[in-house]
Design a protein. Structure first.
Length: 428
């Protein structure tokens, strides 16, 4: 079945840092998006394409709006939705005082479903259509999440957290039980509809070497699943890892020794990486989730995007709720821009919107499936509204170029500027 949408279209074809800017995106001021059975069939100039279409076909026209691929959040914790904005601590104390006690509730499947329902509705309202998501240590948390995501026909990736040391007893699994529970979840859910599984060791401090090795074994046994964890977020955390793993040559090497790096491995943060670590991430095809609102909220530091780029590391954007303070990728871009300003680096609106869409898809090894409007891609897309708030409306009146328009959208934009979200071509 064909569905046709008309409006201003923008999507990315390549990383603006790697090719000439004009080659990195396609922009059509009055475009048509033709969708067949939920997949992108064709895009192009509206007038030309309309002439070739059946005159009786319904065309949904989004005037004064920008149609873009749905945003991709490459790092977020759904169980932390209700603990967002917990005051006053940096990472390790924040985990101990707020996060761990909170995650305890997710042994209850019904609780998990309620939170997953709210979490996913928040994501969709913010224009995020795919996310790489942490559960808790409880297998029920992932069961709940996938059940709800499946009902909503979403492309989502999630995993049960592995943690067998340095955390409260009530959140502890074992190397063996973590392996078995993850394996059962992979068998049940991985590649079921649009759902995929991520093996999810929380971070090196809460995982024994035995557990990390088991995670590596499971990844080798299931090469199409993801590996999702945290890396070099906070200085006290890094010092602790060096103490706990004295035989390793730095933080990343702890994961490397357990064979956890690869094309489907995503490491959240990477705020304090050595060049040698970036090099290793780049050569293994691993990705970093850049989570600026979280990095600022927890006082973790300023991510070095230039360094990641220099070593050709795949990078996506992450909200990292509940250390992050917003579901909105537009607001996340706003925070990201400021982190780069503080470094003396520029984050252009093309680069940041690339990171929120195609860059995220590449980080998740899903290029061609989501992230842009190439033929055959899944038609998850959003409509951005330049006039949703009086301030943006006024500011837009003084703007001349596309670059300026996109920059204003990403600095002043948030959930209010998402006019519509579509999943597989259908408005939700
Ligand atoms: N490192 C280990 N666990 C977490 C978490 O839940 N949030 C963040 N931001 N960092 C972590
Ligand atoms: Zn996180």
């Amino acid at each position: 079945m064909l569905k046709v949408y008309r409006g201003e279209l923008l999507h990315f074809l390549a990383d603006p840092a790697k090719v000439a800017l004009q080659e990195s995106y396609q922009y059509i001021e009055d475009g048509l998006l033709i969708i067949k059975d939920g997949l992108i069939e064709q895009i192009g100039e509206a007038e030309a394409l309309l002439a070739s279409l059946d005159k009786d076909l319904d065309v949904i026209h989004y005037e004064n709006g920008l149609i873009m691929p749905g945003f991709i959040d490459t790092h977020v914790h759904y169980p932390q939705t209700e603990m967002i904005a917990s005051y006053g601590e940096q990472l390790l104390e924040w985990l101990e005082n707020y996060t761990f006690p909170f995650e305890r509730q997710f042994s209850d499947l019904e609780h998990g479903k309620k939170v997953a329902e709210f979490f996913l509705s928040q994501l969709l309202e913010a224009g995020t259509t795919t996310a790489l998501v942490f559960g808790t240590v409880h297998k029920e948390s992932v069961e709940a999440f996938f059940t709800v995501a499946q009902q909503k026909k979403l492309r989502m990736i999630c995993g049960k957290v592995l943690m067998d040391q340095n955390c409260p007893d009530y959140l502890t699994d074992t190397a063996e039980s973590g392996y078995e529970d993850s394996k059962a979840l992979i068998e049940k859910w991985h590649n079921t509809d649009r759902l995929q599984y991520a093996i999810t060791p929380r971070f090196a401090p809460t995982c024994s070497t035995e557990q990390l090795n088991k995670a590596g074994q499971l990844l080798a046994e299931n090469p199409s699943v993801y590996l999702h964890t945290h890396l070099s977020e906070n200085k006290a955390e890094i010092a602790w890892v060096e103490e706990l793993f004295p035989d390793s040559d730095g933080y990343l090497d702890v994961y490397d020794k357990s064979k956890l790096l690869g094309r489907r491995s995503v490491f959240a943060h990477g705020v304090h990486l050595h060049d040698s670590e970036c090099k290793r991430l780049g050569e293994t095809g691993s990705a970093i989730a850049f989570c600026p609102s979280s990095n600022l909220f927890l006082g973790s530091g300023l991510f070095n995007l230039k360094q990641a780029q220099a070593f050709d590391v795949n990078v996506g954007l992450g909200s990292d709720i509940g250390a992050g303070t917003t579901f909105s990728m537009l607001s996340t871009i706003n925070e990201g821009y400021k982190t780069q300003q503080l470094r003396g680096d520029k984050l252009s609106p093309f680069k940041s919107l690339y990171l929120a869409t195609l860059g995220g898809a590449i980080a998740l090894d899903l290029e061609g499936t989501i992230g842009n409007f190439v033929k055959g891609a899944e038609a998850d897309f959003i409509v951005l509204d330049y006039h949703a708030t009086p301030l943006m409306d006024r500011r837009m009146q003084h703007c001349k170029t596309l670059s300026e328009k996109l920059f204003i959208l990403s600095m002043l934009g948030d959930e209010r500027h998402i006019k519509a979200t579509h999943i597989m071509g259908e408005r939700v």
